[in-house]
Write a new protein. Sequence first.
Length: 132
Amino acid sequence: MIYLKTLLKVIDNSGAEIVECIKVLRKSPMNCAHVGDKIVVVVQEAKPLSSTITGTSASNRVKRGDICRAVVVRTKYPIQRDDGTVIRFDDNACVLINQKDEPIGTRVGSVVARELRKKNFNKIISLAPRVV
């Protein structure tokens, strides 16, 4: 579960490395996010901007202090699946998205959960090297 002030790792190439959750975009009495939920984040650590990067990845770069939207793709909290299996990841991770729910980065560098398919984040699933 992702609460306010939770630090998450960013696994795309948008330029951010670590972000902090400041709002959960979910209509629920519980103010926490699970895998596949949208959140609002502020960038805490970012890769330095370099002049050698060109193309679309240069225009989509984020810097420290930027406020963005993100999708939670992994949580430390265990996920109970319909078939009875339980899956838990080592860290909390997210992918930055724009207003149209499309990923900002052009690559996803790590594993994502299968539950994103139910929430219609097919672009993130297709970019990921492995879906668990």
